[in-house]
Ligand binder design. Sequence first.
Ligand SMILES: [Zn+2]
Length: 249
Amino acid sequence: MAENRVTKDKAAQAPDWSDVKKALVIVPHPDDAEFAFGGTAIQMARQGIEITYMILTNGDKGNHNPLITRNQLILMRKEEQREAAALCGVRHVIFMDEEDGFLQPTPALRKRVVREIRRIRPELIMCFNPDRYLVGDSYINHPDHRNAGLVALEAIFPAADNPMFYPDLIDEGYPPHKISQLYVAGHPEPNVVVDITEEMETKIQAILCHKSQFPNPAEAQKRWRERWGEEQPDGTVRYFERFKGMRFR
Ligand SMILES: [Zn+2]
């Protein structure tokens, strides 16, 4: 019986953060963390987990208003991202300042990400699925999303915990670090399900902190509520974030 239950539940486990003191979210753009991990981050922060957002690009393509310069946009989006993080209880935001739209998994960026992983020393990292080219029937996944996933995974393995990688970082005071859990968003076979129904309002407010991205916030949040709500057998509507979770020993 017990075995049956384990097998049946395997596709839908609740998260286990008993060993997590710090979590690192690695995403390409300001607002990605809120969309993919916002509810989870709010829940973790409430439990005392120290969260860092690492935003890989400067977000300088996220605007169609010709009156705003590129540098103004970069500053604006950083401010929006800090505000959104604060609303969720996320303590730190790191901007890696790669160019928006051209993110590549270069050896140089991998090293910068490894330095941060070794400095922060999170038990859990959350990132995007690098294999996701198409989303649903009407969206080509942004190449930065795929490449951000690659950058994160290639930094985690085989580099972050291997002393043969970047011995100069060890000299700098950043010894190897092995994470114990990984959450990948946008994976076709999620096995961790976080019920974020209680956090949904705050998640939406956090996304809407990115004012430069949502000229019509009322319409946008109506659409998200409809699209993300999942009706339960008892008739109630609940909200979830789903990840492919992995554990390392
Ligand atoms: Zn994005």
